[in-house]
Structure formats: structure tokens, C-alpha cells
Design a protein around this ligand. Structure first.
Ligand code: FES
Ligand SMILES: [Fe+2]
Length: 343
């Protein structure tokens, strides 16, 4: 019975919440698109002559998938019979041959899209406004982060072989860092730090306690024009499926842990966005740092994946674990939020 809980609530969580889906810089030109798998459907966000549109990836004619790539620049055109979409309209190939079927109503299956600064969020049937869902503090923080970001530098996607709740809870607790990320994240020697709770969302602020590393990181400050960035490691949880993390605000990593149709697999995507340089001539100089951050993040997520794979979905429940460390506080908060969705 317990094993079914995460599958049961994921449906409501997918439908009722706003999910971060893109930074506007990823869709800056006409025809830019990005595609995500969630459960048993796909959401695509496109730039349609300057308007952002989110929709189900299936052609409204007979359901061929429009896009198969993760992202790119392409016209929305179905390869099967040539239906296309532009300027907010579906163009039906050979429209004269569609009679008496209300063809003028042919439209994409659109989803709701809202922006928090430069971040785009999509929702199917939102229970609240985006600002309400995030809370003022998280909303304002994301707006600030969004305006600091320059563009996407890395796109990393593969299925995590575990339930989405397992993958997410791993991202919510720093207790595993010394053993799982020994040569990567653990080298920062992150302090216990502070957890802030904002409704169902949470933020962890943690100091970098390796003095040498901290000094080196601080010295990079002059190359970036960040707005009041936290001088340490920060991790924001956007309930239910997404995380935003950063060290000193030089780049931001956004991770989506979308449920799949199976409770032994999660649609994981992580993207890295470096922030703007204080002067354009620093861009080349910081390029190497961006590459090594991307590499490091990929290693860290792989380490997370390797351990998450060992945890079967039946190990999860909405009840708090029997034994909990203070480092697992956010995990309990997450379970409480999930519990509200069990009818
Ligand atoms: S299925 Fe797309 S045009 Fe027919
Ligand atoms: Fe981890």
C-alpha cells in the first residue's frame, strides 16, 4: 500500500502546481523550443514570434509528436500530414477536405504559462497563482536570480533509476554529502547552515568552511555582477519537483525530478546557468570556471544517482522516517507537504 503513495499523489502534484520549465534566455529566438517528459506526457515550450507558449507535444490531428529532441530551433510542424503552428494558430494542411468537423476549432492542447522574472513556469490546472505558491521571499529571490543569469551553459538529462520521491529527498538532505560526494561537494566542507521554510518550499543556506576554497571562490567576485548573492552554498527547493542550487551565485543549477509512469524511474534534468560577468572581457577568463563547474555538477548528480538506484520505491512513505538526523529536517517538511495530498 505504501509503495503506491508516491504514484498516487504525483498526479495531483503535476496538475496543481507551477513547475519551473525554462529561463527566457533558452528561448530567446523565434522557434526556439525545449521539451520535457513528465509521467505519461510531454510538455514543450516555444518562442512563437516573441510569445512563449507551452503545450502538449502531440499534434491535435492524430497525435504524432511534434518534437523529439530535448531542445533546439525548429518550426512547429507535424511530419505526418503537415499541420503546423505559428502566430498562435494551427494551420491545417488541405483544410478544404475537412468538412462538418469544426476544423476551425483545431488547436494545440495548451498549458498555463507564467513568468517569475526571467523564469518560466508551466501548470496544467494551478490551484494558486505562481506568486502565492512560491511565497513572496522565494518569488523575489528567483526573480533576482533570473535577472543575474546570462544563459544556459550545460544541459544534462537522463533517467534516475528510482522513484521521484527518493531522488528528491536525496537532494533535500546534506547528511549524505561526506560519504557520497567525498571528492566533489564534500571538499567545500559545507557547514550545518540554516533552513528557511516558506510554505511548502524551503531554502538551505550553508557556509563554505574549507577556508582555502572559500578564499579562492571569494576572489572570483569581481568577475561577476551578481545582485547580493549569498556568499556560500545555497539550495532552494521548489515544491514539488525542482531544486535551484548555487555556490556564491556565480552560476545556478536547476534540477527537475519529474515523476515518470514507473515508480522505479524519474525524469531527471539538470541545467547550469552562469551569471553575467561584471565586464564583458571577463567572459573568456571565466569560461574555464564555467566548464569545470558543469563537469563537477555532472559528477555530483551521477554520485547521487548511483546511491538513489539502491533505494527501492517501497522504502518511501509519507510518514517521517523512524530515525531522523537534524540534517534531515527538510525531508520531514517535504513528507508533510506530500501527506496533504493523500485523500
Ligand atoms: S498527425 Fe499531425 S498532421 Fe496528422
Ligand atoms: Fe547529493
Amino acid at each position: 500500500m505504501i509503495t503506491l503513495e508516491s504514484t498516487k499523489i504525483s498526479e495531483d502534484l503535476i496538475n496543481c502546481y507551477w513547475h519551473p520549465i525554462a529561463h527566457k534566455s533558452e528561448l530567446s529566438s523565434d522557434r526556439d523550443f525545449i521539451r520535457f517528459n513528465i509521467k505519461n506526457f510531454e510538455v514543450v515550450v516555444i518562442n512563437d514570434k516573441g510569445n512563449f507558449v507551452a503545450f502538449d507535444n502531440l499534434c491535435p490531428h492524430r497525435g504524432a509528436r511534434f518534437f523529439v529532441e530535448d531542445f533546439g530551433n525548429e518550426v512547429v510542424k507535424c511530419l505526418y500530414h503537415g499541420w503546423s503552428y505559428t502566430r498562435g494558430k494551427v494551420n491545417v494542411a488541405g483544410v478544404k477536405n475537412f468538412q462538418g468537423c469544426g476544423i476551425e476549432h483545431a488547436a494545440l492542447n495548451e498549458f498555463n504559462l507564467e513568468a517569475c522574472g526571467d523564469f518560466l513556469f508551466f501548470s496544467i490546472a494551478p490551484k494558486a497563482k505562481l506568486k502565492e505558491q512560491l511565497g513572496v521571499k522565494v518569488y523575489e529571490l528567483l526573480r533576482k536570480i533570473g535577472s543575474d543569469i546570462e544563459s544556459r551553459a550545460d544541459f544534462n538529462r537522463y533517467p534516475f533509476e528510482c522513484d521521484w520521491t527518493i531522488a528528491l529527498e536525496n537532494a533535500l538532505e546534506p547528511y549524505h554529502i561526506p560519504l557520497i560526494h567525498t571528492d566533489t561537494l564534500a571538499s567545500l566542507q559545507l557547514g550545518v547552515g540554516v533552513n528557511e521554510f516558506h510554505g511548502e518550499n524551503s531554502i538551505w543556506y550553508s557556509p563554505v568552511e574549507n577556508e582555502k576554497v572559500e578564499k579562492r571562490l571569494k576572489s572570483l567576485n569581481r568577475f561577476y555582477s551578481t545582485t547580493d548573492a549569498f556568499q556560500g552554498y545555497m539550495s532552494i527547493f521548489i515544491f514539488p519537483f525542482s531544486m535551484v542550487s548555487s555556490t556564491f551565485g556565480y552560476s545556478f543549477s536547476i534540477q527537475n525530478f519529474f515523476p515518470s509512469a514507473s515508480n522505479e524511474s524519474t525524469f531527471f534534468t539538470s541545467r547550469l546557468y552562469p551569471t553575467r560577468n561584471s565586464e564583458s572581457r571577463y567572459k573568456d577568463m571565466t569560461q574555464g570556471f564555467v566548464h569545470s563547474s558543469a563537469e563537477m555538477n555532472r559528477r555530483i548528480f551521477d554520485e547521487d544517482h548511483q546511491i538513489c538506484k539502491r533505494i527501492p520505491s517501497k522504502a518511501w512513505s509519507i510518514l517521517p522516517p523512524r530515525f531522523t538526523s537534524t540534517l534531515e529536517e527538510k525531508l520531514i517538511h517535504f513528507r508533510e507537504s506530500c501527506a496533504k495530498w493523500i485523500k
